[in-house]
Ligand binder design. Structure first.
Ligand code: GLN
Length: 496
């Protein structure tokens, strides 16, 4: 019998029944993480700190004091969420050694809920990438096949859950960075509605697209973590002051004959036939369970990738301007003039230039240059403003679709996990990994990826469901309907 996946709800039951303690769980997982070191999942892991948190929770539980909904549950943290006093590098050499003086709101909330903050998870530098190969700290390997990538940019978070090093993890999704790694690592990943979760303390990539969300093995666990991190935060002006529905209850609701739209444009050229077959099989399962299926067209989705690669780099070029070596982050030691003409520049400027060229990796530099160009006088109308018009059209496509169906369905990623190095030389091939996920970010709507199959060679396949803004509850209900009919979420790497 394969070992069952480690879920938060099972661990909570065991801890509440006195069958185990947070300390026991934490110390086992620390050993397991040590043994799985070659996967390169964590960029920072402090056993003493983890055990200290676990002991504190155990003491509260033992004393009969109230404990939160995640009391004693280890959670992996994508390394772009600020944790007070803990290294937070964003996968970049630029922030090596940076220790934030405050907690991100999501971190404060999970601490309040009693979670044990486990390691900081590896990621593509500044969340730019789809494979975690852009990390300054080396790539993470996919637990299902170590010659392959775990997806990205939240590859460390997805791999940590897939390898059962933690039951829950937090990631961020700007164009697909939760859903795509969830799909290729065989776990659940939710990108909430823009504004549902506070971005305060999330190191910004593209502020109009970034959103934090959970990874887990099943929907109940996903809902548990999402419930804790959701809600208004006065420290993030884009966080929405709206009631948070009971997500855990939504998972237990009956499917209730949903109307499901299969997105025509998500089945075009470039889609792996095994992924297509698994998604088509999922549609059949929904049909059998009482769903009404119809085809839906989102005619502007073909412009999603080009629009995203103007909007996201434009915002990144502005957000990343703060890393100039003056206040925090990497500062070059040697900024003596190296190129003709540099001797005429003031030393401060040379210091900034040298710090940025040493601190950032090639993909981040490419994005900064793309974005600076797209925003420059004379080109903004042609590029950035045009991209904003396309963004509106994409949103209108979704608005129209959701007058006819409750959710939209398609593959999450066009292919299963690809080989390490396969797409690094070709940025466009890498960018196309997010072809089905990017439009949800441009429209601000929620999306979830759930396991829906394995390829012949044993690689996970993800099914994506998209819902109208703030309809996460619908996503939970409809995704759970599929989970109940199948056992894909129970499959484990290495024959499990
Ligand atoms: N892969 C996309 C990019 O490189 C999306 C990344 C993300 O969602 N953070 O920008």
């Amino acid at each position: 019998m394969p070992e069952p996946a480690m879920t938060a709800h099972r661990l909570l039951e065991q801890m509440n029944a006195g069958a185990t303690t947070a300390e026991e769980i934490a110390s086992q997982l620390i050993k397991k993480a040590e043994a799985a070191k070659t996967l390169n999942v964590f960029v920072h892991l402090d056993p003493d700190h983890i055990l200290g948190q676990a002991r504190a929770i155990d003491a509260r539980r033992k004393a009969g004091q109230p404990v939160g909904p995640l009391a004693g549950v280890p959670v992996g943290i994508k390394d772009l969420l600020c944790v007070e006093g803990e290294p937070t590098t964003c996968g970049s050499k630029m922030l090596k050694g940076f220790k934030p003086p405050y907690d991100a709101t999501v971190i404060a909330r999970i601490k309040q809920a009693g979670a044990v903050l486990f390691g900081k998870c590896n990621m593509d530098e500044f969340a730019m990438g789809s494979s975690t190969e852009n990390s300054a700290y080396g790539p993470t390997l996919n637990p299902w096949d170590a010659s392959r990538v775990p997806g990205g940019s939240s590859g460390g978070s997805a791999a940590a859950v897939a390898a059962d090093l933690v039951p829950l993890a937090l990631g961020s999704d700007t164009g697909g960075s939760i859903r795509q790694p969830a799909a290729v690592c065989g776990v659940v990943g939710l990108k909430p509605t823009y504004g549902r979760v506070s971005r305060y303390g999330l190191i910004a990539f593209a502020s109009s697209l970034d959103q934090i969300g959970p990874f887990a093995h099943d929907l109940k666990d996903t809902a548990l973590l999402q419930a804790v991190i959701s809600g208004h935060d006065p420290r993030d002006a884009t966080s929405v002051d709206a009631p948070v529905p009971d997500y855990v209850a939504a998972v237990a609701q009956p499917l209730d004959r949903p109307r499901i739209g299969v997105v025509k444009e998500f089945f075009g050229a470039g889609l792996d036939p095994e992924v297509a077959a698994a998604v088509e099989a999922a549609v059949k399962i929904y049909e059998k369970a009482g769903a009404t299926i119809r085809e839906i067209s989102l005619p502007h989705s073909k412009y999603g990738v080009p629009a995203y690669y103007l909007v996201a780099p434009a915002e990144c070029s502005s957000n990343l301007a703060r890393y100039d070596g003056t206040t925090y982050g990497h500062r070059a030691e040697d900024f003596s003039p190296k190129y003709p003409g540099e001797e005429n520049l003031p030393p401060l400027l040379r210091m900034m230039m040298a710090s940025r060229s040493e601190g950032f990796g090639p993909e981040v530099k490419r994005r900064i240059m793309l974005g600076t160009f797209a925003l420059s006088a004379g080109y903004a109308d042609q590029y950035y403003n045009k991209a904003l018009q396309v963004r509106r059209r994409i949103r209108e496509d979704f608005d129209r679709a959701f007058t006819e169906v409750d959710v939209l369905l398609g593959p999450t990623s066009p292919t299963p996990a690809f080989k390490l190095g396969e797409r690094t030389a070709n940025p466009l091939a890498m960018y196309l990994s997010d072809i089905y996920t990017i439009t949800a970010n441009l429209a601000g709507i929620p999306g979830i990826s759930i396991p829906c199959g394995l390829t012949k060679s044993g690689l996970p396949i993800g099914l994506q469901l998209l819902a109208p803004a703030f309809a996460e509850e619908t996503l939970f209900r409809i995704a759970a309907g599929f989970e109940r009919e199948t056992d894909w979420h129970l499959k484990r790497p290495h024959g499990g």
